[in-house]
Design a protein around this ligand. Sequence first.
Ligand code: ADP
Ligand code: MG
Length: 144
Amino acid sequence: MAVERTLSIVKPDGVRTNVIGEVFKRFESAGLQIVAARMTSLTKAQAQAFYAVHRERPFFDSLTTFMSSGPIVASVLEGEDAINRNRELMGATNPAEAAPGTIRKEYASSVEQNIVHGSDAPETAREEIGFFFSHADLVQGVRT
Ligand code: ADP
Ligand code: MG
């Protein structure tokens, strides 16, 4: 299984409800290494660019307003099969359908305000990491 990197975001609802640490703890407990992390915020235009793939969806305007409503924490997770493993830790998009013990099942309040984002494939992971981090931000050689 290949070592991968994936982009995670603790969304504004996760920052507001004080679960940044809970989310990070789950990544670390699962053996995913946090190799970059940054608190930032998105303008409406930046949120629209980040979620451009969803621009035709009925929830696009509401989603991008939510994503630009407060601070977020972007991070890069590294590990074997990191993309899929992060998706498993997150749980289904709709918390009502998420498996017990997943981040979204435990903390999310709605299908829109669902605490975390995670890249869904190697190509999107590369693009999304580049949206938030420069090459120099990514820690090299910290794996033990
Ligand atoms: P995921 O984040 O699980 O990859 P999607 O890529 O399908 O899910 O959607 C991106 C984000 O858009 C979701 O995390 C959620 O915040 C929002 N979203 C998805 N579907 C809906 C919906 N039906 N109504 C409102 N918001 C939605
Ligand atoms: Mg997605």
